[in-house]
Design a protein around this ligand. Structure first.
Ligand SMILES: [Zn+2]
Length: 117
């Protein structure tokens, strides 16, 4: 199971459902997730903050600013992103978690994804 699948599984089990599933979500999955996170590089943890934590925070709350700062610091200096070869929009650089690093077009309708070499 990938780290992102673990995160999704824990979220799914936190929803309304059987108490046994909620117990597993509360007790078992965090331990597995913590173990997997320990194996990641700082830059990957920064990417997870950006992808999995920051979107759930209120943009008006200080937590949002702190989270973005921590994500930027952990991800480190990012190379300038190229423009999308398909639509000329900005490409956003992503640190790979369960996959190699990749660039993704900022335009949702385009969605072009290029693996970093
Ligand atoms: Zn594009």
């Amino acid at each position: 199971m990938t780290i992102r699948e673990l995160i999704e599984e824990q979220r799914r089990r936190m929803g309304p459902g059987k108490p046994v599933e909620r117990f597993a979500a509360a007790m078992l999955i965090p331990a597995v997730l913590a173990e997997r996170l320990a194996g990641l590089a700082d830059r990957q943890v920064g990417q997870l903050l950006l992808d999995e934590v920051w979107p759930g925070l209120s943009p008006l709350a200080p937590e949002s600013t702190i989270c973005l700062h921590a994500a930027d610091r952990l991800r480190g200096q990012m190379k300038q992103s190229p423009t999308c070869p398909k639509c000329d929009s900005e490409m956003i650089r992503h640190i790979g978690i369960d996959e190699p690093d990749f660039l993704k077009c900022a335009l949702l309708n385009c969605g072009l994804r290029i693996q970093e070499t």
